[in-house]
Design a protein around this ligand. Structure first.
Ligand code: ADP
Ligand code: MG
Length: 227
């Protein structure tokens, strides 16, 4: 009975997701079609139509690229990788955005190399998603603290701590649902995709939030370098 429940729950999420995708992509397509018709009619030519069309196409691209991260994990891509190296790379990738928002990224990494068995690109996506959310939460200035620690000999723990306004309780229940966003230009996919990826790595995510900031904690099973 337990198994069945899990399966039907999965179906609901897939159904929810499919409906969401259809809806989110149909809107920009309808807009693009409308503007193309206007331009085609000849009477209503306006240079501005191009930028609207291009913005709508960008939106579709953004949604699709986030959804692609959900593609089935390919086991052959899993490798034993030092988590410190992944985070160093992620910090380099998010640096320009942080600087643009006057955000400083502070790192406190465990001095011994800690290894996880992972699809490196997917894990990077997870950390990037949460760092982006942290930057966006602080709007303009603040510090993000990234820590890497080990928990017993079994888990690597990565914390992403921001100084944003925190997540209200009623929103906390909704984040991670497909397309839930409180941002004008958000996709509402980042947290859902990240939860999925971490689940595929047999890890867990917890969120601790109050009015002085939010800490996202990602636990991943620890491995030995040459296991
Ligand atoms: P998006 O960033 O496109 O809105 P996400 O799935 O990444 O989608 O996040 C969903 C929502 O969760 C955000 O719109 C925001 O309301 C909330 N959220 C996520 N991370 C944080 C954070 N660090 N601080 C405050 N709110 C957050
Ligand atoms: Mg996001």
């Amino acid at each position: 009975a337990h198994e069945m429940m899990i399966n039907s729950e999965k179906l609901t999420v897939a159904g929810q997701l499919a409906a969401g995708i259809a809806h989110e992509i149909r809107n920009p397509i309808t807009a693009i079609k409308g503007f193309l018709q206007l331009m085609d009619s000849g009477k209503n030519y306006n240079q501005e139509f191009f930028s609207v069309i291009s913005a709508e196409i960008n939106r579709i691209e953004m949604i699709l690229s986030e959804l692609l991260a959900l593609a089935k994990p390919q086991l052959e891509r899993y490798r034993h990788i030092e988590i410190q190296n992944i985070l160093k790379h992620v910090v380099a990738l998010t640096k320009s955005q942080a600087i643009l928002h006057n955000v400083h990224i502070k790192t406190k990494f465990h001095s011994d190399p800690l290894f996880v068995l992972c699809d490196e690109n997917k894990l990077k996506q997870v950390f990037i998603n949460f760092i982006k959310n942290a930057i966006e939460a602080m709007e303009n200035e603040g510090t993000i603290t990234l820590t890497i620690d080990q928990h017993d000999d079994y888990f690597v723990v990565v914390n992403i701590q921001d100084q944003g306004p925190g997540i209200p309780k009623e929103i906390l229940d909704k984040i991670g649902k497909p397309f839930f966003t409180t941002k004008e230009n958000g996709t509402g996919l980042g947290v859902m995709v990240s939860f999925e990826i971490v689940k595929h790595h047999n890890g867990a995510i917890s969120i601790d939030s109050n009015s002085t900031g939010t800490t996202i904690s990602i636990q991943l099973p620890m491995t030995k370098s040459c296991e």
